[in-house]
Design a binder for this molecule. Structure first.
Ligand code: ZN
Ligand code: ZN
Length: 440
């Protein structure tokens, strides 16, 4: 091995990081730098002992090679022996990248600007030339137990940034990512979104879930929308998202909810789950109790949020997949075309509890949805008489059931339906979502 190392350093002057990295898989619990230094020390001792046993020429050759690769002990040994000591040569593999780590830490911290973060990841680009060189060297010396230069650089820089900032280097879901571009000597700074989960109750009807642009002017502002560009003054999305943007100084935000509700439905009970995705937030450590208070103040009387907690991107997928299938519980006021009879209650409860409802796409949404047949099960249904012609229905059903159509039947497109079971006209007057049986 000693001969191999001498040969290696003779052909390629290497810093201790780059020498040690060629044997990264040997000896546990140390660093490449320490490995490299250990090798150089062994070579220096070896050479010094050769000198003492009268192999002076060989000894000086070795000491010169090691000294050239920047090892101070070899250099001073040469001097002590009265020989000329060479100047260190730039590392063939990293071009002294590893001696400039402190410089890069400063650049990285500058790149992070006003953004606060707790966890980060370091990456790098533009190292192709160095990687090719290392591959070539390894093939030539049959080196199989090394580590890549990129992986060492990222890790060592990560350690330094961690030391300097007190933030934590993290591979999975870091708050921010520093990517060092070697060609430009510049850091790209990427801020991952901040995700906040919560539930909202929609206390009134007449507010859409998402911003609804005026269809006459396409948002430009016209007479019909009184210059606002909107069909409805506000939306649940805006009421919740704006205070969150304000608190985090985010650039913008996306609102994800577990399913949609009709504009004329309320959402009560524990509320509908949602996630706010805040893009490029400057402040991440916000007090969620405070945010909840701000949203509820801003949206007072319209929307109320609760159960706020920090979450991650996976929760959005969970919302989307579950919103299609999870059970919902609704409370409806239904008006019949005749007075309600006592036996109506029994007939409805017996016919519809556990019934499978077959629905063709409702005529009211046919213009934007394809016409198909869907089957959804009603888990339970209970009815109450609340007025001369009025019933109250509490229905728990599989997600995706069009509830209004279940009442009036949509000209037979939904079957069975309340109107046909009671053999009279039936319409829903109010519709509240009482529960979305989400498993967070
Ligand atoms: Zn190097
Ligand atoms: Zn308009």
């Amino acid at each position: 091995m000693i001969e191999g190392l001498i040969q290696l350093l003779h052909e390629y002057p290497l810093c201790s990081h780059c020498l040690g990295r060629q044997f990264a898989q040997l000896a546990h619990g140390t660093t490449n730098y320490e490995r490299g230094n250990a090798f150089k020390l062994i070579l220096t001792i070896h050479a010094h002992s050769l000198f003492k046993t009268a192999q002076k020429q060989k000894a000086i050759e070795i000491l010169t090679v090691v000294s050239r690769s920047g090892f101070v002990i070899a250099n001073s040994t040469l001097k002590m022996l009265g020989e000329t000591s060479p100047e260190p040569i730039r590392c063939y593999l990293c071009e002294d990248l590893f001696t400039r780590l402190d410089e890069y830490v400063c650049l990285a911290i500058q790149a992070s600007g006003p953004y606060s973060y707790d966890t980060f990841l370091v990456g790098s680009s533009g190292m192709g030339k160095l990687i090719d060189r290392e591959d070539e060297l390894r093939t030539r010396f049959n080196i199989l137990l090394g580590e890549s230069i990129k992986s060492e650089f990222n890790r060592e820089l990560g350690k330094k940034i961690q030391e300097k900032t007190g933030k934590k280097a993290m591979k999975r879901t870091p708050n921010v990512i520093f990517v060092y571009d070697m060609k430009q000597n510049y850091f790209k700074f990427q801020i991952n979104p901040l995700f906040v989960f919560g539930r909202y109750r929609k206390l009134v009807t007449g507010i859409p879930q998402a911003l609804w642009i005026c269809s006459s002017c396409n948002g430009a502002g016209c007479e019909e929308c009184q210059g606002t560009g909107r069909k409805y003054k506000t939306s649940i999305e805006e009421l919740i998202v704006l205070p969150a943007i304000f608190s985090t100084k985010a650039q913008k935000a996306k609102f994800h909810a577990a399913g949609r509700e009709d504009i004329d439905a309320r959402t009560l009970g524990v509320g509908r789950p949602f996630v706010i995705e805040l893009k490029n937030p400057q402040i991440r450590n916000i007090d969620l109790g405070e945010l909840k208070r701000k949203i509820n103040e801003f949206a007072v009387g319209n929307v109320e949020v609760s159960s706020l907690k920090f979450t991650n991107r996976l929760m959005i997928a969970k919302l989307k997949t579950q919103s299609r299938s999870i059970d919902k519980t609704y409370l409806l006021r239904v008006e019949l075309g005749r007075p309600v009879r006592k036996e109506d209650i029994k007939i409805l409860e017996e016919t519809l509890s556990q019934a499978v409802i077959e629905q063709r796409t409702p005529s009211r949404v046919l213009h934007r949805r394809t016409n198909r047949l869907r089957k959804r099960r009603i888990r339970s249904l209970s009815a109450n008489i609340v007025g001369k012609n009025e019933l109250e229905l509490r229905i728990r059903c599989e997600g995706g059931l069009y509830v209004k159509e279940l009442i009036h039947g949509d000209n037979g497109r939904t079957h069975p339906n309340v109107s046909c079971i009671l053999q009279t006209e039936a319409v829903s007057k109010t519709l509240d979502v009482l529960d979305i049986h989400f498993r967070g």
